[in-house]
Write a protein that binds this ligand. Structure first.
Ligand SMILES: Cc1cn([C@H]2C[C@H](O)[C@@H](COP(=O)(O)OP(=O)(O)O[C@H]3O[C@H](CO)[C@@H](O)[C@H](O)[C@H]3O)O2)c(=O)[nH]c1=O
Length: 349
C-alpha cells in the first residue's frame, strides 16, 4: 500500500484532490495534513472522513519539528503539496504570513521528504501545486508557457515563485524527485467566499455591493476545480520527473463580463427581474499591483498527458451557483467571525 500525504486537503482545491484520491485509489493510504486556518474547513470533506483509507492530521507545515516527526512516523511514498496562503489581497496586507506558509512551509516539507527518501528515491514523488501568477502579467496578446520567465508582482505570487524555485533547486542539487504545475484561476464548490466568484455569489444572495476593482477590465482564465483535480491526478501518476506543466481552461474572461454573466444567472436562479443583481455592481479602488491578464497555454499537458478541461464555463458556473444555493449553511458558517471582520475592514473606505 502506498502512503500519500496531501497538504491543504481541507482547503478549496485540496478538498477536491483528497476526495478524488480517497475514492479512486482504495489501495493508497491518504493522509490529509491541514492547519485549519480560516480557509481550511473539515465540512469540505465530510463525505470521505470515515473512509478506511483516509486519515486527517491537524498541523502546520511551518513547524519543522512536527513535519520531520510526521514524515519519520509515516514514511510517505508521495507528497501532493497544496497547503498555501492563497489570497492576493491578504498578501498585500500581511506578506510575512505568505513567506512563512508558502516558502518556509514548502522548504520544511522538502527537507522532511529528502530526509526519509535519501537512501532510495526510486518511486518517490514530491508534487508542488502552484499558480500561473508566478509569470506576472500579460498584455492583450500572448499566453504563458512552461518556459515563460518568472516575474511575480504580488507578495502572494512572489512567495509561490520562491517555493517553485526551491522545489526545482532541490531537484538540481539533491536529485530530488519532483513535478510541478502552474494553474490558472479555479472556481467551483467549496471555494472560500473571499475570491471573486464565490464572494459575488454570496453578496448577490445577500443584496450586498459587488466590489469590482478598478475598471473591471482585468482578465483571468477560469477552470472548473474538478478538472484541475483530474489534471493533478494525471501529473502525479504520469508526469515526467523534474518537469513542469501549465494547467488552464482556455477560458479567458474580463472580470466585468464575468460578473455581468454571474448576475444574470443569479437573477434567474433567485427569481429576480433581469438586471436586479447588476445594480449591485460597485466600482471600487483598484488592487495595488493588479496584474492585467493571465492566460495559460495548456497544450503541453494536453499533448503529453492527454488532459483537457471537460466542463464548459456555462456548465461549471451553473454547477457552482447551484451548489452555493443548496449549501447556505456552509456559506453562513464560513462567513461569520474572522472573515466578516476582515471584509468590514477591507471595504471600510
Ligand atoms: C476578490 C475580488 C477580486 N476582484 C478581481 C481581482 C482579479 O482581477 C479577479 C480575480 O480575483 P481573485 O478571485 O482574488 O483571484 P486572483 O487574484 O486572480 O488569484 C486567484 O487565482 C490564482 C491563479 O491565477 C491563484 O493562484 C490564487 O490563489 C487565486 O486567489 O477579480 C475584484 O474585482 N473584486 C473582488 O472583490
Amino acid at each position: 500500500m502506498k502512503k500519500i500525504l496531501i497538504t491543504g486537503g481541507a482547503g478549496f482545491i485540496g478538498s477536491h484532490v483528497v476526495r478524488r484520491f480517497v475514492n479512486n485509489y482504495p489501495e493508497y493510504q491518504i493522509y490529509n495534513l491541514d492547519a485549519l486556518t480560516y480557509a481550511g474547513n473539515l465540512e469540505n470533506i465530510v463525505d470521505i472522513e470515515s473512509a478506511p483509507n483516509y486519515t486527517f492530521v491537524k498541523g502546520d507545515i511551518v513547524d519543522a519539528g512536527f513535519i520531520d516527526a510526521l514524515f519519520t512516523e509515516h514514511q510517505f511514498d508521495g507528497v501532493l503539496h497544496l497547503a498555501a496562503e492563497s489570497h492576493v489581497d491578504r498578501s498585500i496586507t500581511d506578506p510575512l504570513s505568505f513567506v512563512k506558509t508558502n516558502v518556509i512551509g514548502t522548504v520544511n516539507l522538502l527537507n522532511a521528504a529528502k530526509m526519509i527518501w535519501k537512501d532510495n528515491m526510486q518511486g518517490k514523488r514530491f508534487y508542488h501545486i502552484s499558480t500561473d501568477e508566478v509569470y506576472g502579467s500579460l498584455g492583450a496578446e500572448g499566453l504563458f508557457t512552461e518556459t515563460t520567465a518568472y516575474d511575480p508582482n504580488s507578495p502572494y505570487s512572489a512567495s509561490k515563485a520562491s517555493s517553485d524555485h526551491f522545489v526545482r533547486a532541490y531537484g538540481e542539487t539533491y536529485d530530488f524527485p519532483y513535478v510541478l504545475t502552474n494553474c490558472s484561476n479555479n472556481y467551483g464548490p467549496f471555494h472560500f467566499p473571499e475570491k471573486l466568484i464565490p464572494l459575488f455569489i454570496n453578496n448577490i444572495i445577500q443584496n450586498k455591493p459587488l466590489p469590482v476593482y478598478g475598471d473591471g477590465k482585468y482578465t483571468r482564465d477560469w477552470l472548473f476545480v474538478e478538472d484541475h483535480a483530474v489534471a493533478i491526478d494525471l501529473v502525479f501518476h504520469n508526469g515526467v520527473n523534474h518537469d513542469t506543466y501549465n494547467i488552464g481552461g482556455f477560458n479567458e474572461w474580463q472580470n466585468i463580463d464575468l460578473v455581468k454573466l454571474l448576475c444574470k444567472i443569479m437573477d434567474e436562479k433567485l427569481g429576480r427581474t433581469t438586471g436586479t443583481s447588476e445594480k449591485l455592481i460597485a466600482y471600487v479602488k483598484d488592487r495595488p499591483g493588479h496584474d492585467l491578464r493571465y492566460a495559460i497555454d495548456a497544450s503541453k499537458i494536453n499533448k503529453e498527458l492527454g488532459w483537457k478541461p471537460s466542463v464548459t464555463f456555462e456548465q461549471g458556473l451553473e454547477k457552482t451557483v447551484n451548489w452555493y444555493l443548496a449549501n447556505e449553511t456552509w456559506l453562513k458558517n464560513i462567513t461569520s467571525g474572522e472573515y466578516a471582520t476582515y471584509y468590514e475592514k477591507q471595504y471600510a473606505n
